[in-house]
Design a protein around this ligand. Structure first.
Ligand code: GLC
Length: 655
């Protein structure tokens, strides 16, 4: 059951699409105080777990930390961080099973705080046994969901937020990316190396260097005098180019998108009506007003020029929006420096670096510009900050439905709010080549699914820092199962295409395993999308009566048939795995054969070599496998066999 409580005059975020009547009952859980903004509190039981929050730090059980929903351009995902790129305000509070009532579901309820500004979730952080959720203004919808345990609650929530985005099937192939590919030969090299080593590849990503001076919807005229021909050349080889689009539009007279946006008044403005200016990759930019329906439509239309050139996928970036510094920030630091130079202020070198760093993504800057909602209504950005990236991808998604009806276009975004899942996938932004980030990647998967995001993945191998061959192989062995499987890294870091390392054959094997599993992964994805279900589930959702399973955070149920338990530690020869029931361990061996062994329920240590991919098949289930191919379109469904328990049924869902 879902009850909707409304406080004040909420900004309609359009996260929820179901029409729900106002709640008739008093709030059954927790207390709300409205003395100073909105403040919800709930006393957590000693064993209660808290799931949700989508793209957030720390565990699958969020208890024990403080999270702030406020889309943040922060690439350093250390344990102390409170905000990542997404803002997903849905949580489920669930008690542990009662050993004396083996058939009863755990008591659980879900809460969705539909509020587009900053929301603070203190989940047993200030006080171990207290959950508080607060925001500054008393203008929000609160949805309270009750049901039969956390899994049921997650699915009920999914039903009210609308169907998740379904990408085209090629998007389940492998993608190679790096910030730095600029010339056609850079892209050809990636294509050549993969084809030469017989390593499957479907997509090559184009980072900002493909553009003309980082101007959205342009290409560098020197490098790409005939862009359509280059797109066609790649397509001929079975490869799609996937360009990046940044939120900020370069302010440059003569640049069509800028000129049009200015003429139509579609850029965000300051209080005094002048256009807000921020420095991002292209230098001075303006931010399109994605919250204004006309501006959104206009921005969406801009993708046409790339669609017309044969492009079939995009990644939308810097859409928190990221601000390196604003015109105001720059003026402030100039004044500060002048005072130092004139001896009015004393200077400490650490002051300087603090000041310079504080220029980026300054909270004050988010209070300096407004969205024009039409009809004379406007809203200051900070109050709706979390909707910006959502509405950029919505602009594109709505335009694709008009410009390329029925044609699947791949799209994923960096910033997000619940609701964007209907238009787009997401990637989890700038991570690092750290072992701990493999585990963080794993833990976000079910939490994101709870919030509607199904087409998801991380920068495999890590974006920042230097990747090593073993780290990349282990990370790819997790990426084999994530809908978005993309190797991406930052300029200036060690290059991490497979051919930078010693053992191409190991990469071939791991990536081929992905292709062998694509019919299964796509089928489970389609089921999850169509049935408002999760593709990745915590063990607690499937084995709610098993106290140990409920406590496991580094294994996940994949689809309905499988369990994954990736290796995320350096130099490991394997890892401990807990099986809540008998399962079949399958190891994809480098010679293309399978190791299969039925393991009884309980604790095991499973050895997995660097070039093997482990997978567990649940008791009395099976899943399809096909022969690998160099691209998704070349997969031959006639080669399909099954692994697992032979007598089990499996329903394959295809497009
Ligand atoms: C941002 C993106 C990253 C991209 C870079 C350059 O940091 O998150 O993926 O490579 O910008 O465009």
């Amino acid at each position: 059951m879902i009850q909707k409580y409304t406080f004040g005059t909420p900004f309609e975020t359009e996260a929820v699409v179901a029409l729900l009547p106002a709640a008739s009952d008093d709030l059954a859980f927790g207390r709300i105080s409205t003395d100073d903004g909105f403040f919800f509190s709930y006393a957590l039981g000693p064993d209660d777990k808290v799931y949700g929050l989508g793209e957030a730090n720390r565990g699958i059980d969020k208890r024990g930390y403080l999270y702030v929903s406020y889309c943040a351009d922060d690439p350093i995902h250390t344990e102390d961080k409170h905000s990542f790129y997404g803002a997903h305000n849905f949580i489920i509070i669930s008690s542990m099973p009662d050993a004396s009532k083996p058939d009863a579901s755990p008591n659980a309820f879900g809460l969705f705080f539909d509020y587009p500004g900053a929301v603070t979730f203190d989940i047993g952080y200030s006080h171990r046994d207290l959950l508080t959720v607060s925001c500054d203004k008393l203008d929000l919808h609160l949805y309270v969901i009750t049901g039969e345990g956390p899994y049921d609650i997650a699915r009920q929530f999914r039903r009210i937020i609308g169907k998740s985005y379904i990408p085209p099937k090629f998007a389940f192939g492998y993608g190679q990316s790096r910030w730095g590919y600029a010339t056609p030969d850079d892209f050809r090299k990636v294509a050549d190396e993969h084809r030469r080593h017989d390593i499957p590849l479907d997509m090559i990503y184009m980072d900002i260097e493909y553009m003309d001076h980082y101007k959205d919807f342009t290409v560098d005229p020197q490098n790409f005098p005939d862009f359509s021909a280059f797109v066609a050349e790649m397509k001929q080889r079975g490869l799609r180019l996937i360009p990046i689009i940044d939120a900020g539009v370069k302010a440059e007279p003569g640049y069509r998108v800028y000129e049009e946006g200015v003429e139509k008044g579609y850029f965000c403005k300051r209080e005094d009506g002048t256009k807000f200016e921020a420095c991002v990759w292209p230098g001075t930019t303006h931010f399109p007003d994605f919250l204004n329906p006309k501006a959104r439509k206009w921005f969406g239309e801009q993708y046409k020029v790339l669609l017309d050139a044969g492009i079939e996928g995009f990644w939308n970036d810097m859409n928190e929006p990221a601000i390196f510094f604003s015109a105001e920030g720059e003026a402030e630091i100039r004044t500060w420096m002048e005072k130092i130079l004139q001896g009015e202020l004393s200077f400490h070198s650490f002051d300087f670096s603090d000041h310079a760093k504080a220029l980026a993504n300054k909270p004050e800057d988010y209070c300096r510009f407004y969205h024009d909602l039409g009809g004379g209504r406007r809203v200051r950005h900070d109050q709706v900050h979390n909707l910006y990236g959502f509405n950029m991808s919505r602009a594109a998604g709505e335009a694709f439905a008009r410009l390329a009806p029925g044609k699947g276009i791949l799209m994923f975004s960096r910033a997000s709010y619940i609701g964007m899942h209907r238009y787009s996938g997401l990637w989890t932004g700038d991570n690092m080549s750290w072992w701990s980030h493999i585990l963080l990647n794993l833990k976000m998967l079910p939490s994101l699914n709870m919030c509607g995001f199904l087409y998801i993945g991380a920068d495999l191998g890590g974006f920042g820092c230097d990747a090593t061959e073993d780290l990349l192989l282990r990370w790819l062995a997790l990426g084999v199962f994530t809908p978005l499987m993309r190797n991406h890294s930052a300029a200036g870091t060690r290059e991490q295409e497979f051919y930078q390392f010693d053992h191409p054959e190991d990469f071939r094997h791991v990536i081929q395993v992905r292709y062998r599993l694509i019919p299964y992964l796509y089928s489970e994805y389609l089921k999850a999308a169509r049935n408002d279900d999760l593709m990745f589930k915590p063990l607690a959702f499937v084995y709610p009566q098993d106290r140990i399973a409920c406590n496991i955070e580094d294994q996940l149920i994949l689809g309905n048939e499988a369990m994954i338990a990736p290796i995320y530690t350096q130099n490991a020869i394997g890892r401990p795995v807990y099986l809540p029931e008998e399962m079949m361990l399958v190891k994809f061996l480098p010679d293309g054969t399978l190791y299969q062994e039925i393991l009884p329920a309980g604790h095991h240590f499973v050895e997995v070599a660097l070039n093997e991919v482990p997978l567990f098949i649940r008791k009395n289930k099976k899943l399809p496998l096909v022969d690998a191919a160099d691209r998704v379109a070349a997969l031959d469904m006639k080669t399909m066999t099954y692994i697992g328990y032979p007598e089990a049924p499996y329903e394959l869902v295809e497009e």
